[in-house]
Design a protein around this ligand. Structure first.
Ligand SMILES: [Zn+2]
Ligand SMILES: [Zn+2]
Length: 141
């Protein structure tokens, strides 16, 4: 099951729909997700994200949940939308819940991207005005 987001800009006519998630959609998708999860786990174990993350992944292996589903991101600089594989790690313990999301780089300008989870109005990737509206958001099987 996944989600679709359709954005429209009244200013310049930009209109586009993005599909994210869909873990059960195809075997390929599931395989790709699992590969990405394994990749993130090994990178963390090699210390790519620093010593404290490395220790956590090493010592709390069973309690760590990795999310590598696709999500919709938007560049903070050039405002391009991009569907990317999330790189997120959670750990649930009695005392606290830890959540780490690793930086995503914009494919066009290499700035940082933010996940679009909130807000129905955003910057338009085409005219860069704060006029792009989320017009539909749907679930699909
Ligand atoms: Zn960018
Ligand atoms: Zn626009």
């Amino acid at each position: 099951m996944g989600t679709s987001y359709k954005y429209k800009c009244d200013e310049c006519g930009f209109e586009e729909e993005y599909f994210v998630g869909g873990r059960l959609m195809t075997k390929d998708y599931k395989k790709r997700t699992e590969e990405a999860e394994e990749e993130l786990r090994s990178a963390a174990l090699y210390g790519k994200y620093g010593e404290s993350i490395r220790q956590l992944v090493k010592n709390e292996r069973d309690k760590i949940y990795i999310n590598c589903d696709t999500e919709l991101y938007q560049c903070m600089d050039c405002r391009q939308f991009s569907v990317q594989i999330a790189k997120e790690m959670f750990m649930n313990r009695k005392e606290f819940t830890m959540s780490v999301e690793f930086r995503h780089e914009c494919p066009s300008c290499h700035s940082s991207m933010l996940r679009k989870t909130r807000g129905s109005i955003t910057f338009c990737p085409k005219c860069k005005m704060f006029t792009a509206r989320l017009v539909t958001m749907g679930k699909f099987e």
